[in-house]
Design a protein around this ligand. Structure first.
Ligand SMILES: Cc1cc2nc3c(=O)[nH]c(=O)nc-3n(C[C@H](O)[C@H](O)[C@H](O)COP(=O)(O)OP(=O)(O)OC[C@H]3O[C@@H](n4cnc5c(N)ncnc54)[C@H](O)[C@@H]3O)c2cc1C
Length: 342
């Protein structure tokens, strides 16, 4: 439990904002080094959630596979979960995950890690107080910590576009993180914009045409992710296009394609340990730090979690390691950041 200080304010060593792969890894890594950690998330039912393609590693992702191997050697969560057959399987040259089981397993680990408190709350402000930080949440909760890791994914000032219409949203059906985006900009953090798009999910009913590359989206449900199709326009137009591509009038769109545009850290804002150059104790990881993919989000979260508790950086982040390469690219490289060659 965090220590209670003045006016009921709970104090932690580290507060992690976000519980996607980046935030979850950061929180577990910091707690594993003996720190008291609060992990905030907008929705505790979507911990570790993967929003789109269940294919986590593709055939050509050699460097990403090496990145995951480094994480495994360092004791991170993601490789442990991906080695469980009910969570991930090799299909051809791809590693395909059951997204719901992956998320649930991340949540179980957050719940069972000693020194770590997961908490559902929308962080709206991060303020400097003495040599630490206060985090304020939407319903007035305030927490204090020595370090804060921002791992807010696609939610910072997120805008969802589908069929030519744009509305505020962190992912489809989820709220964005607007006040926190404004607050970070007031603190002097510069951002760029990234866009992430999801292919459509289609129904397995009607036996969709076998020439489409379809990934079974978990074994409990009859949804298929059409990873190579990007449909445009409103849902009627997308359905018509799908039926033409599938050569079947029976093909059915469960979830149309959509895109999210969001703020991500600009190059030059953090150093190689993912700590703000101007605001000591403030760290960034994951998609909000500009990374491209789920494994890279987990890797940067793990590195930020260690750095936030002052763990020595050399073993994982030295020049020869892909985690190190990823962190250097977050510090200075083009967006989106990947360990793959540009
Ligand atoms: C439509 C779409 C398609 C994508 N397609 C792919 C793909 O095919 N392959 C791939 O690898 N990646 C894809 N991505 C990128 C994907 O988001 C990342 O790979 C991965 O999920 C990023 O992990 P993360 O932990 O950085 O952020 P996320 O997984 O986005 O998690 C962010 C976390 O922060 C929390 N949060 C945000 N703001 C606040 C706040 N103010 N207070 C408290 N909690 C907050 C959220 O609740 C969530 O828990 C896609 C993303 C989207 C949106």
């Amino acid at each position: 439990m965090g220590d209670r200080v003045n006016r009921g304010l709970s104090r932690y060593d580290v507060i992690v904002v976000g519980a996607g792969p980046a935030g979850s890894e950061a929180a577990v890594a910091a707690a594993g080094r003996g720190a008291s950690v609060l992990c905030l998330t907008i929705n505790l039912d979507t911990v570790g959630f993967h929003p789109a393609d269940p294919t986590l590693l593709r055939g050509g992702d050699d460097r990403r596979r090496l990145l995951v191997a480094e994480l495994q050697a360092a004791g991170a969560v993601l490789p442990r979960l991906l080695s469980r057959k009910e969570i991930a399987t090799e299909a051809g040259r791809h590693l395909v995950a059951d997204r719901r089981r992956l998320g649930l397993a991340f949540k179980e680990i957050l719940e069972n890690t000693s020194g770590l408190e997961p908490r559902q709350a929308l962080a709206t402000a991060i303020e400097r107080h003495g040599d630490g930080w206060h985090v304020e949440c939407k319903y007035g909760e305030r927490f204090a910590a020595g370090s804060v890791v921002v791992a807010t994914g696609t939610f910072l000032d997120g805008q969802v576009t589908m069929g030519g219409l744009t509305a505020d949203g962190g992912r489809r059906g989820e709220i964005p993180s607007r006040a926190l985006a404004d607050c970070l900009q007031r603190l002097g953090i510069s951002f760029t914009r990234l866009v992430a798009c999801a292919s459509p999910r289609i129904s397995a009913r009607g036996e969709p045409s076998s020439h489409l590359r379809l990934a079974r989206d978990g074994d409990q449900l009859r949804e298929l992710y059409a990873s190579e199709i990007k449909l445009e326009g409103d849902s009627d137009r997308q359905l018509a296009e799908l039926r033409s591509l599938a050569r079947s009038g029976e093909a059915w769109l469960n979830r149309p394609s959509y895109c999210v545009s969001h703020l991500a850290l600009a190059p030059g804002m953090v150093g190689n340990r993912l700590e703000s150059r101007d605001l000591p104790g403030l760290f960034f990881a994951g998609r909000s730090a500009g990374v491209a993919s789920y494994p890279e989000a987990a890797a940067s979260g793990f590195a930020a979690g260690l750095a936030a508790v002052g763990a020595p950086p050399d073993r994982l982040t030295n020049d020869k390691k892909y985690v190190g390469l990823l962190c250097r690219r977050i510090a200075e490289g083009d967006r989106p950041v990947s360990v793959n060659d540009h």
